[in-house]
Ligand binder design. Structure first.
Ligand SMILES: [Zn+2]
Length: 369
C-alpha cells in the first residue's frame, strides 16, 4: 500500500472532529531515503537552471521583509498572492502555476502564515541532532531555497504552527498557536499584506483546508476574511490603505480526475501505478461528510514547470522524501496525462467565462499597464 495512502487514512482517523476531511496527499510524508541537506540555494538554483528547458531567465526574487514596511510592488503589472499555512505548502499546491506566471512577468507573493515550527522531521536522512535543534531555522532556510527556485517573493506572517493533533481523543491545541487566534487577530497581518502588495488574484485552501490540519482550516478563514475586508476602510483601519482583490481561488490539487488520468497513463506505459489503491479507497469516501470536491473552474497549463515544482518541493528536505510518493509518477507521464494545475473560482468581481485557463481572465482587460 502506498505510504501516503496509509498516512492519509491515519490522519483521517485521528483528525479532530470539525476539521473536515478530504481525500488526497497530505503534507506529512514518512522519511525513507538518504539526502544531503547541505545544498546551498546557489547549488539548487544551479540544478534548476541546468534541468530547465530554455526559457527566459526567471525574475530575481526580492525578499519581502516580515515587518510592516511597505512592499515594493514594482515588476509585473499583474499581481498574484498565494496564501499558505506552512513552509512547503507553496511547493505542493500551485507551484508550477506560480513558476509560470513569474516568468511571464507577474509579481507573485507567497504569504506563509506560520513558521512550521511543529512540523516533524519526515525524512530520515534529516534526522540529525543539529537539525532537530533548530528545525524552525532549517525550515526557513528550506523555504528560502524553494522561493528562489520558483522565483517568487515570500513573507512569513508570524504565527506559530498549531501542529496536527493526533490521538483518540486528540489533544487540545497548544496555547497561542495560529488556529486558536481570534479571527481578527489571525487575519490582521494578511489584511495588511493584501493592502501593501495589492494582489489582483488570491489563492488559498477551501473550507476543508484541502487537508485536515487546523492551520489549513484557519488559513482558509483568514484568506476569505482578508479578501472581503481589505477594501473596507472601516475594517482593520490600522492595517493600511484599502485594496480590493478581484478574484479568490481555492486550490483543487489532489482530485480524483487527475489521479485517475495519472493512473491510466502509468498503466498505458506499462508502469506500476502508485494510484490504484488510492483510487479504490476513494470510492469508499463517496459519503465523505465534508462534501464533494469543488468544481474545477480553471485549468492553468503549466507542464513546462513541473520540474521546477519538484525541485522546490525537494528543497523542503526535512519534510519531503526524495524517493517518496510526490515523485512516484514520472514528469513526462504527468505532462501527458494532466498538464495543468487546477482551481475553483470562489469569488470574482470581474466577468469571466468558465472554464478558464488563466487566473487573470477578466482582469487583464481591466488592469492598466
Ligand atoms: Zn501545511
Amino acid at each position: 500500500m502506498p505510504f501516503w495512502l496509509v498516512l492519509t487514512r491515519g490522519i483521517m482517523r485521528s483528525a479532530p472532529a470539525g476539521y473536515g476531511k478530504r481525500g488526497g496527499i497530505t503534507c506529512r510524508i514518512q522519511p525513507a531515503v538518504e539526502r544531503d541537506f547541505r545544498m546551498s540555494s546557489v547549488s539548487l538554483g544551479h540544478v534548476a537552471a541546468q534541468n530547465e528547458p530554455a526559457r527566459p531567465e526567471p525574475a530575481q526574487p526580492q525578499p519581502v521583509p516580515a515587518s510592516t514596511g511597505l512592499l515594493t510592488c514594482g515588476g509585473g503589472p499583474l499581481r498574484l498572492m498565494a496564501v499558505h499555512a506552512h513552509p512547503d505548502d507553496e511547493s505542493s499546491k500551485g507551484a508550477a502555476t506560480m513558476a509560470r506566471y513569474v516568468r511571464e512577468g507577474v509579481d507573485v507573493l507567497v504569504c506563509t502564515l506560520t513558521g512550521g515550527e511543529r512540523g516533524d522531521i519526515l525524512n530520515k536522512a534529516m534526522e540529525r541532532p543539529e537539525i532537530r535543534a533548530d528545525l524552525p531555522g532549517i525550515r526557513r532556510a528550506e523555504m528560502a531555497m524553494a522561493r528562489d527556485i520558483l522565483g517568487v517573493r515570500q513573507q512569513f506572517l508570524g504565527f506559530v504552527d498549531s501542529g496536527l493533533p493526533e490521538g483518540d481523543p486528540p489533544p487540545p491545541l497548544p496555547a497561542g498557536c495560529f488556529a486558536l487566534q481570534p479571527l481578527e487577530v489571525a487575519a490582521g497581518p494578511l489584511v495588511r499584506a493584501v493592502r501593501e502588495f495589492r494582489p489582483h488574484v488570491i489563492l488559498t485552501y477551501d473550507e476543508n483546508g484541502g487537508y485536515p490540519h487546523p492551520d489549513h482550516i484557519m488559513t482558509h478563514r483568514v484568506s476569505v476574511e482578508a479578501f472581503e475586508a481589505a477594501a473596507d476602510p472601516d475594517r482593520y483601519p490600522d492595517r493600511g490603505e484599502p485594496w480590493q482583490p478581484l478574484k479568490l481561488y481555492y486550490f483543487v490539487t489532489f482530485h480524483r480526475a487527475r489521479f485517475t488520468a495519472l493512473h491510466e497513463k502509468m498503466v498505458e506505459h506499462g508502469l506500476e501505478s502508485v494510484y490504484a489503491e488510492r483510487l479504490a479507497a476513494w470510492a469508499d469516501e463517496d459519503d465523505d461528510p465534508s462534501g464533494p470536491e469543488h468544481e474545477i473552474t480553471t485549468n492553468v497549463p503549466c507542464a513546462d514547470y513541473f520540474e521546477l515544482r519538484d525541485q522546490a518541493l525537494s528543497a523542503h528536505a526535512t519534510q519531503v522524501d526524495p524517493n517518496g510518493p510526490w515523485f512516484a509518477c514520472p514528469v513526462e507521464i504527468q505532462r501527458e496525462a494532466w498538464p495543468t494545475e487546477d482551481y475553483h473560482l470562489a469569488r470574482s468581481l470581474v466577468d469571466t467565462d468558465k472554464p478558464e485557463d488563466d487566473l487573470f481572465a477578466g482582469i487583464r482587460e481591466k488592469v492598466r499597464l
